[in-house]
Design a protein around this ligand. Structure first.
Ligand code: NAP
Length: 259
């Protein structure tokens, strides 16, 4: 399917690996010129070169922490006026609700709520002026079904979801579609670190922890960043113009709900 976005410009945050990289690859395959970001200079530079070579699009790497004001300023200097924005950042660590301090909450809210909002505030007005834009926020299945040990994530991402629910409907008549993609468990470094935390806690191998988690997923597998990326690219396509303010769950059926 031609997604109709060849020649557009996009920013994908936290994209040297994992789900962000999956989104960057799928957009590049559709012909989108990109700015990609992550903190580790070597990784983001190498990923940009690989994607650029593979899909013959321009990919500009920016090494910066997207959760800080300075990091975002650096990214926005390279990405002003983009047509497509994919927000993403690393997830907060697991823990126990009794232990989290105000500082822990502020860090999580900065990373997984306010940084996405700041990027939308910086980039969506130009999209509205131009009459076309797409925003995809990578959030989590925990927005619909809480994961108790990831309470910091549950909290911050619920806040972002509430913001998007209102804001997406305020910009839709200007041709800007804002939606959230909710990953269930996907085979990335993040999944490895969650599985090793379980393995350590339960005294089992990481492979056993992975098998146990998979057994609870109707698809009996982890999601792949490529499939996640393809869904993101569709939400950024011309065909998605009537999809507004939605929360699209990609979880292999893990969430046991009717709708
Ligand atoms: P990942 O494999 O660990 O990749 C994280 C990517 O983000 C890396 O490129 C990393 O590079 C970059 N990054 C992390 N923190 C950053 C920051 N502050 N500023 C800029 N770049 C940053 O993670 P993932 O699995 O793709 O997850 C992406 C998001 O989806 C996370 O918020 C995660 O919590 C959420 N999620 C993932 C799953 C899953 O199963 N994978 C499920 C639900 C939700 P550097 O370290 O070099 O910066």
């Amino acid at each position: 399917m031609d997604l109709g976005i060849k020649g557009k410009r996009g920013l994908v945050c936290a994209a040297s690996k994992g789900l962000g990289r999956g989104c960057a690859e799928a957009l590049a395959e559709a012909g989108v010129d990109l700015v990609i970001n992550s903190r580790t200079e070597d990784d983001v530079t190498r990923t940009a070169q690989e994607i650029s070579r593979k899909y013959n699009v321009s990919v500009t790497p920016v090494a910066a922490d997207i959760t800080t004001d300075e990091g975002r300023a650096k990214v926005l200097a390279a990405a002003s006026g983009v047509d497509i924005l994919v927000t993403n950042a690393g997830g907060p660590p697991p823990g126990m609700w009794t232990d989290w301090t105000r500082d822990d909450f502020i860090r999580a809210i900065d990373a997984n709520m306010l940084s996405a909002i700041a990027l939308m505030q910086a980039l969506v007005p130009t999209m509205m002026d131009r009459g076309w834009g797409r925003v995809v926020n990578i959030t989590s299945q925990s927005v619909r079904s809480p994961i108790a040990v990831l309470g910091l994530s549950n909290t911050a991402r619920a806040g972002l979801t509430g913001f998007v629910a209102g804001m997406a409907r305020q910009v839709a008549d200007k041709g800007v579609c804002v939606n959230n993609l909710l990953p269930g468990i996907h085979a990335t470094d993040r999944a490895d670190s969650l599985d090793s935390a379980v393995a350590q806690k339960e005294g089992i191998s990481i492979e056993q922890a992975r098998q146990n988690r998979m057994a609870a997923i109707p698809a009996k597998a982890y999601g792949q960043p490529e499939d996640f990326g393809a869904t993101c690219a569709f939400l950024c396509s011309q065909h998605a113009r009537f999809i507004i303010g939605q929360n699209i769950l990609l979880d292999g059926g893990a969430l046991n709900v009717t709708i």
